[in-house]
Design a protein around this ligand. Structure first.
Ligand code: 13P
Length: 257
């Protein structure tokens, strides 16, 4: 596998500027500059520039948690792609389930943002995943297929190779309920096959991260799966020690139960 793992921390609506700077510095000190993996943190907008400044000269990269789907204009309260880039972000999370759920983001809007991020030279992290009700109704693959197909609509194979996908089953977010490594691999493998059908060889280049209660004690087994190329970590990315341990995962198979 030639895909370099990416461990991304989504801080959601947590951390002041001072706390963000402190966390970036601690994380950089604890993780060093490993050549075989990438490290990303996604602070809130208010701390983006300060976190990016603190990350300069370290292996820590900085991303935004969202952006607007327009380049500029009368959109009170919104933040443009060029602004997050200007603040020092290289990545942007798009279509997180919390944005789909609480702010009504549709597949069409998510697709527009993915295309705009690519145009602006940002790496989009496209989030996909089913709710508990959808899983229980046997709709996991239908929902994930729709999120992937619609989210990547009108992209070329070359564009897709620059996209990161995050599979985050909504029922595993912030609940302490992780998908088992096998459950996650089943969906990650499905995503890979869908990408192959849509974009051919470019599918091999796309990193598919797992998100949903990733912790120091389950990351190694998750990362041992062939189609899990990293993590999108919420709660456990807020503590330097925990996130550093996650970044420094060692892919090993889960112990037999
Ligand atoms: P938790 O790791 O807190 O479950 O959050 C996952 C997530 O939503 C990351 O984007």
């Amino acid at each position: 596998m030639s895909r370099k793992p990416l461990m991304a921390g989504n801080w959601k609506m947590h951390k002041t500027i001072a706390e963000s700077v402190d966390l970036v510095k601690k994380l950089a000190a604890l993780t060093g500059a490993p050549a075989d993996r990438e490290i990303l943190v996604c602070p809130p907008f208010t701390a983006l520039a300060a976190a990016a400044q603190a990350a300069k000269g370290t292996a820590v990269q900085v991303g935004a948690q969202n952006m607007n789907d327009n380049l500029q204009g009368a959109f009170t309260g919104e933040v443009a792609p060029g602004m997050v880039k200007d603040a020092g972000a290289t990545h942007v999370v798009i279509g997180h389930s919390e944005r789909r759920q609480f702010y009504g983001e549709t597949d069409a809007l998510v697709n527009k943002k993915v295309r705009l991020a690519l145009e602006q030279g940002l790496t989009p992290i496209l989030c996909v995943g089913e709710t508990l009700a959808e899983r229980e109704a046997g709709k996991t693959f239908t929902v994930v297929e729709r999120h992937v197909t619609e989210g990547l609509k009108a992209l070329s194979a070359a564009d897709v190779a620059r996209v990161v996908i995050a599979y985050e089953p909504v029922w595993a977010i912030g609940t302490g309920k992780t998908a088992t490594p096998d459950q996650a691999q089943e969906v990650h493998g499905f995503i890979r096959r869908k990408l192959e059908a849509l974009f051919g060889n470019a599918a091999e280049k796309v990193r598919v991260l797992y998100g949903g209660s990733v912790k120091p004690d389950n990351v190694d087994a998750l990362m041992a799966q062939p189609d899990i190329d990293g993590g999108l970590v919420g709660g456990a990315s807020l503590k330097a020690d925990d996130f550093a341990r996650i970044v420094l995962f060692q892919a090993v198979a889960a112990p037999a139960k």
